[in-house]
Write a protein that binds this ligand. Structure first.
Ligand code: GLY
Length: 438
Protein backbone atom coordinates (compact mmCIF):
# COMPACT_ATOMS: atom_id res chain seq x y z
CA UNK A 1 0.00 0.00 0.00
CA UNK A 2 1.26 3.49 -0.86
CA UNK A 3 0.57 6.21 1.68
CA UNK A 4 1.20 9.92 1.31
CA UNK A 5 1.85 11.99 4.42
CA UNK A 6 1.41 15.74 3.98
CA UNK A 7 3.34 17.90 6.44
CA UNK A 8 6.81 18.66 7.70
CA UNK A 9 7.00 18.65 11.48
CA UNK A 10 7.62 16.29 14.37
CA UNK A 11 3.96 15.28 14.37
CA UNK A 12 4.31 14.20 10.74
CA UNK A 13 7.61 12.45 11.54
CA UNK A 14 5.71 10.47 14.21
CA UNK A 15 2.93 9.67 11.71
CA UNK A 16 5.53 8.50 9.16
CA UNK A 17 7.23 6.37 11.82
CA UNK A 18 3.89 4.75 12.65
CA UNK A 19 3.04 3.86 9.06
CA UNK A 20 6.47 2.98 7.68
CA UNK A 21 6.60 -0.64 8.96
CA UNK A 22 3.43 -1.54 7.04
CA UNK A 23 3.28 0.68 3.95
CA UNK A 24 5.36 2.43 1.31
CA UNK A 25 5.74 6.01 2.48
CA UNK A 26 5.62 9.12 0.29
CA UNK A 27 5.99 12.57 1.74
CA UNK A 28 5.03 16.07 0.64
CA UNK A 29 6.73 18.55 2.96
CA UNK A 30 7.80 22.17 2.96
CA UNK A 31 11.32 21.62 4.40
CA UNK A 32 13.59 18.62 4.25
CA UNK A 33 12.80 16.97 7.58
CA UNK A 34 15.72 14.53 8.07
CA UNK A 35 13.59 11.97 9.88
CA UNK A 36 10.86 11.87 7.23
CA UNK A 37 13.41 11.95 4.40
CA UNK A 38 15.07 8.85 5.84
CA UNK A 39 11.80 6.91 6.12
CA UNK A 40 10.18 7.92 2.83
CA UNK A 41 10.52 5.99 -0.40
CA UNK A 42 10.24 9.35 -2.16
CA UNK A 43 9.61 12.89 -0.98
CA UNK A 44 8.79 16.20 -2.58
CA UNK A 45 9.63 19.60 -1.13
CA UNK A 46 6.91 22.15 -1.82
CA UNK A 47 4.19 24.20 -0.21
CA UNK A 48 1.60 22.03 1.52
CA UNK A 49 -0.87 24.83 0.73
CA UNK A 50 -0.45 24.32 -3.03
CA UNK A 51 -3.29 21.84 -3.29
CA UNK A 52 -2.87 21.25 -7.03
CA UNK A 53 0.82 20.47 -6.57
CA UNK A 54 0.03 17.99 -3.78
CA UNK A 55 -2.70 16.39 -5.90
CA UNK A 56 -0.52 16.06 -9.01
CA UNK A 57 2.30 14.56 -6.95
CA UNK A 58 -0.07 12.13 -5.24
CA UNK A 59 -1.42 11.03 -8.63
CA UNK A 60 2.05 10.60 -10.09
CA UNK A 61 3.11 8.43 -7.14
CA UNK A 62 -0.16 6.48 -7.39
CA UNK A 63 -0.86 6.70 -3.67
CA UNK A 64 -3.77 4.75 -2.22
CA UNK A 65 -4.36 6.96 0.78
CA UNK A 66 -3.23 10.32 2.18
CA UNK A 67 -2.81 11.42 5.79
CA UNK A 68 -2.94 15.15 6.35
CA UNK A 69 -0.79 16.36 9.27
CA UNK A 70 -1.39 20.11 9.71
CA UNK A 71 -4.61 22.14 9.87
CA UNK A 72 -3.95 24.87 7.27
CA UNK A 73 -4.27 22.60 4.20
CA UNK A 74 -7.41 21.11 5.79
CA UNK A 75 -8.86 24.60 6.04
CA UNK A 76 -8.03 25.17 2.37
CA UNK A 77 -9.82 21.95 1.35
CA UNK A 78 -6.97 19.54 0.65
CA UNK A 79 -9.15 16.54 1.44
CA UNK A 80 -11.87 17.62 -0.99
CA UNK A 81 -9.19 18.13 -3.67
CA UNK A 82 -7.59 14.72 -3.12
CA UNK A 83 -10.94 12.94 -2.86
CA UNK A 84 -12.00 14.45 -6.20
CA UNK A 85 -8.87 12.79 -7.62
CA UNK A 86 -9.98 9.45 -6.13
CA UNK A 87 -7.55 9.48 -3.18
CA UNK A 88 -8.99 8.53 0.21
CA UNK A 89 -7.89 10.72 3.10
CA UNK A 90 -7.37 10.47 6.82
CA UNK A 91 -8.42 14.03 7.51
CA UNK A 92 -11.75 15.85 7.40
CA UNK A 93 -13.25 17.70 4.44
CA UNK A 94 -13.09 21.49 4.44
CA UNK A 95 -16.60 21.66 5.91
CA UNK A 96 -15.99 19.07 8.62
CA UNK A 97 -12.64 20.69 9.51
CA UNK A 98 -14.62 23.79 10.55
CA UNK A 99 -14.73 22.11 13.95
CA UNK A 100 -11.21 23.61 14.25
CA UNK A 101 -11.08 26.33 11.62
CA UNK A 102 -14.31 28.13 12.61
CA UNK A 103 -14.70 28.54 16.36
CA UNK A 104 -18.15 30.11 15.93
CA UNK A 105 -19.33 26.95 14.11
CA UNK A 106 -17.94 24.78 16.89
CA UNK A 107 -19.58 26.69 19.75
CA UNK A 108 -22.94 26.87 17.93
CA UNK A 109 -22.84 23.12 17.33
CA UNK A 110 -22.57 22.57 21.08
CA UNK A 111 -25.64 24.73 21.71
CA UNK A 112 -27.74 23.42 18.82
CA UNK A 113 -27.08 19.78 19.68
CA UNK A 114 -27.08 20.28 23.47
CA UNK A 115 -23.62 18.75 23.79
CA UNK A 116 -22.39 18.82 27.35
CA UNK A 117 -19.25 20.81 28.21
CA UNK A 118 -20.64 23.91 26.50
CA UNK A 119 -19.73 27.37 27.84
CA UNK A 120 -21.07 30.96 27.77
CA UNK A 121 -19.99 32.83 24.62
CA UNK A 122 -20.86 35.37 21.93
CA UNK A 123 -19.75 35.83 18.30
CA UNK A 124 -19.38 39.30 16.82
CA UNK A 125 -18.52 40.96 13.52
CA UNK A 126 -19.15 44.43 14.92
CA UNK A 127 -16.74 46.00 17.44
CA UNK A 128 -19.42 48.10 19.16
CA UNK A 129 -21.73 45.15 19.74
CA UNK A 130 -18.75 43.17 21.04
CA UNK A 131 -17.87 46.07 23.37
CA UNK A 132 -21.39 46.04 24.78
CA UNK A 133 -21.13 42.28 25.38
CA UNK A 134 -17.78 42.77 27.15
CA UNK A 135 -19.30 45.46 29.43
CA UNK A 136 -22.10 43.14 30.53
CA UNK A 137 -20.32 39.76 30.66
CA UNK A 138 -20.20 38.59 34.25
CA UNK A 139 -17.45 35.97 34.01
CA UNK A 140 -13.75 36.14 33.24
CA UNK A 141 -13.29 36.28 29.48
CA UNK A 142 -11.14 34.96 26.64
CA UNK A 143 -10.95 36.71 23.25
CA UNK A 144 -10.45 34.46 20.22
CA UNK A 145 -10.33 35.21 16.52
CA UNK A 146 -12.84 32.89 14.81
CA UNK A 147 -10.24 31.47 12.40
CA UNK A 148 -6.83 29.82 12.66
CA UNK A 149 -3.98 31.74 14.30
CA UNK A 150 -1.52 28.95 15.09
CA UNK A 151 -2.38 29.19 18.80
CA UNK A 152 -1.16 32.78 18.97
CA UNK A 153 -4.43 34.71 18.67
CA UNK A 154 -6.13 33.64 21.89
CA UNK A 155 -5.89 36.27 24.65
CA UNK A 156 -7.13 36.10 28.22
CA UNK A 157 -8.54 39.24 29.80
CA UNK A 158 -6.59 39.85 33.02
CA UNK A 159 -3.53 38.04 31.70
CA UNK A 160 -2.64 38.97 28.09
CA UNK A 161 -5.14 41.84 28.03
CA UNK A 162 -5.23 44.16 31.03
CA UNK A 163 -8.99 44.74 31.24
CA UNK A 164 -12.25 45.13 29.30
CA UNK A 165 -11.00 48.27 27.54
CA UNK A 166 -7.90 46.44 26.36
CA UNK A 167 -10.12 43.56 25.22
CA UNK A 168 -12.22 45.98 23.15
CA UNK A 169 -9.06 47.28 21.42
CA UNK A 170 -7.99 43.74 20.58
CA UNK A 171 -11.48 42.89 19.28
CA UNK A 172 -11.31 45.91 16.96
CA UNK A 173 -7.88 44.79 15.75
CA UNK A 174 -9.19 41.30 14.98
CA UNK A 175 -12.23 42.61 13.11
CA UNK A 176 -10.43 45.43 11.24
CA UNK A 177 -7.42 43.29 10.25
CA UNK A 178 -9.24 40.00 9.81
CA UNK A 179 -6.85 38.26 12.18
CA UNK A 180 -7.31 34.52 11.59
CA UNK A 181 -8.78 35.23 8.14
CA UNK A 182 -12.24 36.42 9.28
CA UNK A 183 -13.62 39.76 10.49
CA UNK A 184 -15.18 37.92 13.38
CA UNK A 185 -14.43 37.27 17.04
CA UNK A 186 -15.56 34.81 19.70
CA UNK A 187 -15.80 36.12 23.26
CA UNK A 188 -16.13 33.31 25.73
CA UNK A 189 -15.99 32.32 29.35
CA UNK A 190 -12.51 31.70 30.71
CA UNK A 191 -12.19 28.14 31.96
CA UNK A 192 -10.16 27.46 35.08
CA UNK A 193 -8.80 24.01 35.85
CA UNK A 194 -6.28 21.60 34.34
CA UNK A 195 -6.06 21.14 30.60
CA UNK A 196 -5.77 17.76 28.96
CA UNK A 197 -5.90 16.32 25.46
CA UNK A 198 -7.77 13.35 24.06
CA UNK A 199 -7.01 12.40 20.48
CA UNK A 200 -9.26 10.01 18.58
CA UNK A 201 -9.43 8.31 15.22
CA UNK A 202 -12.84 8.87 13.68
CA UNK A 203 -14.50 7.02 10.77
CA UNK A 204 -17.54 9.28 10.42
CA UNK A 205 -19.56 7.46 13.11
CA UNK A 206 -17.22 5.72 15.53
CA UNK A 207 -14.25 6.88 17.58
CA UNK A 208 -11.19 5.15 18.87
CA UNK A 209 -10.02 7.34 21.73
CA UNK A 210 -6.31 7.25 22.53
CA UNK A 211 -4.53 7.68 25.87
CA UNK A 212 -4.95 11.15 27.38
CA UNK A 213 -1.96 13.49 27.38
CA UNK A 214 -1.09 16.88 28.83
CA UNK A 215 0.76 19.53 26.84
CA UNK A 216 2.81 22.43 28.26
CA UNK A 217 2.12 25.52 26.15
CA UNK A 218 4.19 28.03 28.17
CA UNK A 219 7.75 28.57 26.96
CA UNK A 220 9.54 28.51 30.30
CA UNK A 221 9.77 26.27 33.34
CA UNK A 222 7.11 26.66 36.00
CA UNK A 223 4.52 27.47 33.28
CA UNK A 224 5.99 30.92 32.76
CA UNK A 225 6.52 32.99 29.64
CA UNK A 226 4.77 33.25 26.32
CA UNK A 227 2.44 30.66 24.82
CA UNK A 228 4.10 28.39 22.26
CA UNK A 229 3.06 25.57 19.99
CA UNK A 230 3.74 23.23 22.95
CA UNK A 231 6.99 22.56 24.81
CA UNK A 232 6.36 18.97 25.81
CA UNK A 233 3.75 16.51 26.99
CA UNK A 234 3.28 13.35 29.00
CA UNK A 235 0.86 10.45 29.26
CA UNK A 236 0.44 7.75 31.89
CA UNK A 237 0.51 3.97 31.54
CA UNK A 238 -3.21 3.58 32.35
CA UNK A 239 -4.23 5.99 29.58
CA UNK A 240 -5.42 8.53 32.17
CA UNK A 241 -3.54 11.38 33.89
CA UNK A 242 -2.62 11.83 37.55
CA UNK A 243 -5.49 14.35 37.95
CA UNK A 244 -7.90 12.71 35.47
CA UNK A 245 -10.00 9.67 36.40
CA UNK A 246 -11.69 7.10 34.19
CA UNK A 247 -15.16 8.61 34.57
CA UNK A 248 -13.98 12.06 33.47
CA UNK A 249 -12.06 10.53 30.57
CA UNK A 250 -15.20 8.65 29.44
CA UNK A 251 -17.36 11.78 29.81
CA UNK A 252 -14.89 13.65 27.62
CA UNK A 253 -14.95 10.91 24.98
CA UNK A 254 -18.76 11.10 25.05
CA UNK A 255 -18.53 14.83 24.26
CA UNK A 256 -16.34 13.96 21.26
CA UNK A 257 -18.79 11.25 20.13
CA UNK A 258 -21.71 13.66 20.33
CA UNK A 259 -19.69 16.21 18.37
CA UNK A 260 -18.90 13.72 15.59
CA UNK A 261 -22.57 12.82 15.34
CA UNK A 262 -23.54 16.53 15.20
CA UNK A 263 -20.90 17.30 12.54
CA UNK A 264 -22.29 14.48 10.40
CA UNK A 265 -25.80 15.96 10.59
CA UNK A 266 -24.59 19.50 9.85
CA UNK A 267 -21.98 19.08 7.11
CA UNK A 268 -21.36 15.37 6.49
CA UNK A 269 -19.14 12.71 8.06
CA UNK A 270 -15.93 13.54 9.91
CA UNK A 271 -13.19 11.08 8.97
CA UNK A 272 -9.72 11.61 10.37
CA UNK A 273 -8.19 12.54 13.68
CA UNK A 274 -10.09 14.61 16.21
CA UNK A 275 -8.11 16.35 18.94
CA UNK A 276 -10.15 17.44 21.94
CA UNK A 277 -8.55 20.00 24.18
CA UNK A 278 -10.46 19.94 27.46
CA UNK A 279 -10.35 21.81 30.71
CA UNK A 280 -11.06 19.75 33.78
CA UNK A 281 -13.17 22.20 35.77
CA UNK A 282 -14.60 21.48 39.25
CA UNK A 283 -17.96 20.71 37.61
CA UNK A 284 -16.46 18.37 35.01
CA UNK A 285 -14.69 18.49 31.63
CA UNK A 286 -15.40 21.40 29.29
CA UNK A 287 -14.28 21.79 25.74
CA UNK A 288 -11.64 24.47 25.17
CA UNK A 289 -11.28 23.76 21.47
CA UNK A 290 -11.01 21.06 18.85
CA UNK A 291 -8.26 20.46 16.35
CA UNK A 292 -8.94 18.52 13.16
CA UNK A 293 -5.61 16.69 13.35
CA UNK A 294 -3.16 15.07 15.75
CA UNK A 295 -1.65 17.27 18.43
CA UNK A 296 1.94 18.38 18.33
CA UNK A 297 3.56 17.23 20.65
CA UNK A 298 0.77 14.88 21.81
CA UNK A 299 1.04 12.72 18.65
CA UNK A 300 4.50 11.71 19.92
CA UNK A 301 2.93 10.39 23.13
CA UNK A 302 0.25 8.20 21.61
CA UNK A 303 1.41 6.98 18.19
CA UNK A 304 4.49 5.07 19.42
CA UNK A 305 2.25 3.25 21.92
CA UNK A 306 0.09 1.67 19.21
CA UNK A 307 0.27 -2.12 19.12
CA UNK A 308 -2.34 -2.27 16.34
CA UNK A 309 -1.09 -1.44 12.84
CA UNK A 310 -1.64 2.28 12.20
CA UNK A 311 -1.99 1.53 8.49
CA UNK A 312 -4.90 -0.84 9.22
CA UNK A 313 -6.52 1.80 11.40
CA UNK A 314 -6.15 4.45 8.67
CA UNK A 315 -7.79 2.08 6.18
CA UNK A 316 -10.65 1.51 8.63
CA UNK A 317 -11.07 5.29 9.04
CA UNK A 318 -11.56 5.80 5.31
CA UNK A 319 -13.70 2.65 4.94
CA UNK A 320 -15.94 3.79 7.80
CA UNK A 321 -15.46 0.59 9.80
CA UNK A 322 -13.14 1.39 12.71
CA UNK A 323 -12.79 -1.58 15.00
CA UNK A 324 -10.42 -1.35 17.94
CA UNK A 325 -6.86 -0.43 18.76
CA UNK A 326 -4.51 -1.65 21.43
CA UNK A 327 -1.86 0.47 23.13
CA UNK A 328 1.20 -0.43 25.17
CA UNK A 329 0.68 0.11 28.91
CA UNK A 330 3.54 2.59 29.21
CA UNK A 331 3.94 6.14 30.43
CA UNK A 332 5.50 8.57 27.95
CA UNK A 333 7.26 11.92 28.18
CA UNK A 334 8.05 14.14 25.21
CA UNK A 335 10.19 17.30 25.36
CA UNK A 336 10.70 19.84 22.62
CA UNK A 337 14.10 21.44 22.04
CA UNK A 338 13.60 24.88 20.57
CA UNK A 339 15.92 27.65 19.36
CA UNK A 340 16.92 30.24 21.96
CA UNK A 341 14.59 33.19 21.56
CA UNK A 342 11.61 31.00 20.58
CA UNK A 343 8.70 31.78 20.29
CA UNK A 344 9.34 35.51 19.70
CA UNK A 345 12.56 35.44 17.71
CA UNK A 346 13.99 31.92 17.61
CA UNK A 347 17.59 31.70 16.36
CA UNK A 348 17.17 30.44 12.77
CA UNK A 349 19.75 28.95 10.39
CA UNK A 350 21.90 27.58 13.21
CA UNK A 351 23.50 24.17 12.80
CA UNK A 352 22.43 21.60 15.39
CA UNK A 353 24.05 18.23 16.01
CA UNK A 354 21.85 15.31 16.99
CA UNK A 355 23.54 12.11 18.11
CA UNK A 356 20.77 9.69 17.15
CA UNK A 357 22.78 6.63 18.20
CA UNK A 358 23.33 7.88 21.73
CA UNK A 359 19.70 9.01 22.03
CA UNK A 360 18.60 5.54 20.96
CA UNK A 361 21.01 3.98 23.44
CA UNK A 362 19.33 5.98 26.24
CA UNK A 363 16.03 4.40 25.11
CA UNK A 364 14.59 7.60 23.62
CA UNK A 365 13.25 8.58 20.18
CA UNK A 366 13.97 11.62 18.01
CA UNK A 367 11.25 13.44 16.08
CA UNK A 368 12.53 16.25 13.88
CA UNK A 369 10.34 19.34 13.59
CA UNK A 370 10.93 22.70 11.88
CA UNK A 371 14.49 22.02 10.76
CA UNK A 372 15.99 21.78 7.33
CA UNK A 373 18.55 19.26 6.14
CA UNK A 374 21.07 20.80 3.74
CA UNK A 375 24.57 19.77 2.65
CA UNK A 376 24.76 17.09 5.35
CA UNK A 377 23.85 19.52 8.14
CA UNK A 378 20.65 20.17 10.08
CA UNK A 379 19.64 23.84 10.36
CA UNK A 380 17.13 25.39 12.74
CA UNK A 381 14.26 27.62 11.64
CA UNK A 382 12.70 30.11 14.06
CA UNK A 383 10.31 27.42 15.28
CA UNK A 384 10.55 24.22 17.35
CA UNK A 385 13.56 22.15 16.28
CA UNK A 386 13.06 18.59 17.51
CA UNK A 387 11.21 16.53 20.06
CA UNK A 388 12.64 13.72 22.15
CA UNK A 389 10.34 11.17 23.69
CA UNK A 390 10.69 8.15 25.93
CA UNK A 391 8.59 5.34 27.43
CA UNK A 392 8.68 4.11 30.99
CA UNK A 393 6.79 2.07 33.56
CA UNK A 394 6.11 5.39 35.24
CA UNK A 395 6.04 9.02 34.11
CA UNK A 396 9.11 9.56 36.29
CA UNK A 397 11.06 6.82 34.51
CA UNK A 398 10.09 8.17 31.07
CA UNK A 399 11.02 11.69 32.14
CA UNK A 400 14.47 10.65 33.35
CA UNK A 401 15.22 8.83 30.09
CA UNK A 402 13.96 11.75 28.01
CA UNK A 403 16.00 14.27 30.02
CA UNK A 404 19.19 12.20 29.63
CA UNK A 405 18.60 12.07 25.89
CA UNK A 406 18.60 15.88 25.68
CA UNK A 407 22.35 15.78 26.48
CA UNK A 408 22.98 14.30 23.04
CA UNK A 409 21.74 17.32 21.13
CA UNK A 410 24.08 20.27 20.58
CA UNK A 411 23.06 23.70 19.41
CA UNK A 412 21.66 27.09 20.35
CA UNK A 413 18.57 25.46 21.88
CA UNK A 414 16.64 25.27 25.14
CA UNK A 415 13.98 22.98 26.56
CA UNK A 416 11.75 22.73 29.62
CA UNK A 417 13.41 20.38 32.06
CA UNK A 418 10.29 20.33 34.22
CA UNK A 419 7.93 18.58 31.76
CA UNK A 420 6.84 15.27 33.31
CA UNK A 421 8.67 15.83 36.63
CA UNK A 422 7.06 14.74 39.90
CA UNK A 423 7.16 18.30 41.17
CA UNK A 424 5.19 19.76 38.28
CA UNK A 425 2.70 16.90 38.23
CA UNK A 426 2.09 17.30 41.96
CA UNK A 427 1.39 20.98 41.29
CA UNK A 428 -1.31 19.92 38.80
CA UNK A 429 -2.86 17.48 41.29
CA UNK A 430 -2.84 20.09 44.07
CA UNK A 431 -4.36 22.69 41.75
CA UNK A 432 -7.30 20.38 41.02
CA UNK A 433 -7.71 19.51 44.72
CA UNK A 434 -7.80 23.21 45.61
CA UNK A 435 -10.38 23.96 42.93
CA UNK A 436 -12.58 21.10 44.09
CA UNK A 437 -12.32 22.16 47.72
CA UNK A 438 -13.44 25.75 46.99
N1 GLY B 1 -0.58 20.76 21.39
C1 GLY B 1 -1.24 21.82 20.75
C2 GLY B 1 -1.63 21.56 19.36
O1 GLY B 1 -1.36 20.52 18.80
O2 GLY B 1 -2.24 22.42 18.76
Amino acid sequence: MKILVVGTGAREHAICQAISPDAELFSFMSNQNPGIAKLAKEFKIGSEMDLDAVKMQAISWGVDLAIIGPESPLEKGIVDTLQEAGISCVGPTQQAARIETDKAFMRKLFVDYKISGSIAYGVFQDSEEAGNFIDHFEKDMVVKPVGLTGGKGVKIVGEHLADGEDAKKYVKQIIDNKIGGHASVVLEERLVGEEFTIQALVDGDHLIAMPAAQDHPHAYEGDQGPITGGMGSYSDKNGLLPFLDEKTYQNSVKIMEETVSAVKKEVGPYQGVLYGQFMLCPEGPKLVEYNARFGDPEAMNVLPLLKTSFVDLCQQVVDGNLKKAEFESKATVCKYLVPNGYPDSGAANQIIKVNEEKIKAEGAFVYYAAVNQKDGNIYTSASRALALSAFGDSIQEAEEICEKATHHVEGDLYHRRDVGTNELIQKRIDHMKDLLAN
